[in-house]
Design a protein around this ligand. Sequence first.
Ligand code: SER
Length: 330
Amino acid sequence: MMLAAERRADREIMKILVTGSGGQVGQDLIRGLLERGHEVHGSDVASRPSALGLGDRELPWHLLDVTDLAALRRLIARERPDIIYHLAAILSARGEENPGLTYRVNQGGVYNVLEASREHRVSQVLFASTIAVFGPGLPDPVPDDVHLQPTTMYGVTKVGGELLGEYYNKRYGLDFRAVRFPGLISATLPGGGTSDYAPLMYVESMRTGAYEAFCRADTRIPMMYMPDGIRALIELSEAPRDRLQRTTYNIAAFSPTAEEIADSVARAVPGARITFKSDPTRQAILDSWPNALDDAHARVDWGWAPEFDLERMTEDLVPKLRALLRVNAS
Ligand code: SER
């Protein structure tokens, strides 16, 4: 196990470009990178969200469609980032509504980012992969190296991204690193994901007092609180390359049933009424994902360990959401 002190001690200030910056991970990642003193550039197909909560901190924002290789090349040639965090993607549920677009954005996007990074000698590319790379019938908890047979276009393109990154690493020496995120729970809402029932339980119970989840109560998939997810990406980026035995890592935190999440919310938000009405399409996706991930390689190679379990997450998140909802209401 690697000690924190063994991680890159020199913590240089890096110039960092984040794609998909307006998304659920991007917004929190940008805050985390700025807190560490980096020079961060946001980019997204959409304009900068108003509620980034950055105070006075500077955040250059570039309108960028990752399917446009020429635009990516121009941006990278002009800004010369040291590191790119490639987050831009269409998530699993929305992806099934338009598989062609999902292929172009997710598969084309990761190819374009890798290709432009190789051409312009970007030092490192971080990639957000997912539990959706897995299909049914795998061991529980599921280790890193298993037969990957995803059932969604989102999952297929994320497997493609992992493999392309590995190829660019072997063929061109590009420093590509990826984590497979569990479903992520945060104050920032996701859009179009199948694990969205979990963050929505918190937000909707607090906003309206009730939420009808689109899954069965016994649905169990790996989940993680966003601060752990952001720390995982940043710590993987900071890990010495020679400690890493692979390019893509499972990371795990906890694996509650949907009912266990609902109970935790109900304990923290008196009067919250959470009910369940399974939607067949999204339920089938959830049932194809593993119950739990084995993250032993991440723990050994770069000292990964989660800090939050379900109860600690609820204790931390509910007051934050309460404050946010108060601000939005005023
Ligand atoms: N949270 C994602 C989704 O539900 C999984 O990576 O699509």
